[in-house]
Design a protein around this ligand. Structure first.
Ligand code: NAD
Length: 309
């Protein structure tokens, strides 16, 4: 901030509650008022320093303030560095409806400093690694190999081991986003593990599992559906083995009916029904909408009985 003070006409710290609690309409409104009171103009800029919660909120606030001002993402969690800070999705939550109000507003700049991650709780780091595995599985098998080989250094938050992994994950995500900025097609591949993952988060009230942990369980479930559609066993086994290394907390006790209802309500569900992102092989994914109700109920019961089977 000292460096910025030399270049900016004026600057202010605007702080918000830690974590998901920040992503509320009332917080956004408070920030707009504080921006106006501080003399914010069309050429003011917002710097989002924090995890994905801060990034999503700040991007939303920037996208609406005076019909849109520039912002930069300075992500401080691994999840935000590899995923949330890139791609221009911004949002706040409504009660019971996560990310339901927002807009696509791309940051002018993203600066990911892996040195920031040394203070991150290990559980948050592993949650970010789950998103790296998600992208590597469908978009970049070399990245998957890198994650497997450097695992011990990655979970120890070694900034030098993390830097090339963050760079590769961002490259993979950016390539998909550039080709499909509004998620009409290929960008949906980034939702691998999210169909069930989001439902798990909704049903367990966002308290029991971190986002990446829920996505990891979602990927495990997607692997079952994919195996039934021809994913080779060795590919499924390799992915399951790397997900196992995340050392996930146990899956909370969840009712099948609640998960099915949450999936039906999810904003990614189309009129045509539930869409699943499934690997065909490592490095290749496709969107599938032919999972029938009976198959889904059967597979979900088996998964809830033993997610790892
Ligand atoms: N926009 C997108 O494309 C996208 C993609 C994925 C996730 N998300 C969103 O991101 C959010 C989750 O982001 P997250 O996992 O970064 O969590 P988070 O932003 O809630 O941060 C988790 C915790 O880590 C703390 N923290 C942040 N940086 C730290 C550091 N360097 N050292 C110590 N503690 C630190 C925070 O204060 C918070 O308590 C969710 O709201 C999710 O919806 C958005």
């Amino acid at each position: 901030m000292d460096g910025l003070a030399e270049r900016a006409a004026r600057w202010r710290w605007l702080t918000v509650a830690s974590g998901e609690a920040a992503k509320e309409m009332a917080t956004a409104e408070g920030l707009w008022q504080r921006l106006l009171a501080a003399g914010g103009k069309r050429d003011s800029r917002i710097l989002a320093l924090g995890g994905g919660s801060v990034g999503d909120l700040a991007g939303f606030v920037a996208g609406c303030f005076l019909r849109g001002v520039e912002y930069a993402q300075l992500p401080t969690t691994l999840l935000a560095q590899v995923d949330a800070a890139v791609g221009g999705k911004t949002a706040v939550n409504l009660p019971g409806a996560k990310n339901s109000v927002g807009l696509f507003h791309h940051p002018a700049l993203v600066v990911a400093d892996t040195g920031c991650l040394s203070t991150l709780p290990r559980r948050e780091l592993r949650s970010g690694l789950a998103e790296v595995i998600k992208m590597a599985a469908l978009l970049d098998t070399r990245l998957l190999g890198q994650v497997e080989r450097r695992w011990d250094r990655l979970v120890a938050a070694d900034p030098e081991a993390l830097a090339p992994v963050v760079a590769a994950a961002v490259r993979a995500k950016a390539t998909v986003v550039v080709a499909d900025p509004t998620e009409a097609g290929e960008r949906r591949l980034l939702n691998f593990g999210h169909t069930l993952g989001h439902a798990i988060e909704t049903v367990s009230g966002y308290r029991r599992l971190r986002h990446g942990e829920a996505v990891a369980y979602g990927m495990l479930f997607a692997l079952r559906l994919a195996r039934a559609r021809g994913l080779p066993a060795r590919d499924a086994d390799r992915l399951r083995a790397v997900i196992r290394r995340l050392d996930l907390p146990p899956l909370p006790k969840l009712a099948r009916a609640g998960l099915l209802a949450a999936m039906a309500r999810d904003k990614k569900t189309r009129e045509a029904g539930l869409a699943w992102v499934l690997p065909e092989s490592l490095g290749r994914g496709r969107i599938v909408s032919d999972v029938g109700a009976a198959e889904l109920r059967r597979q979900l019961s088996a998964f809830l009985a033993d997610p790892w089977a």
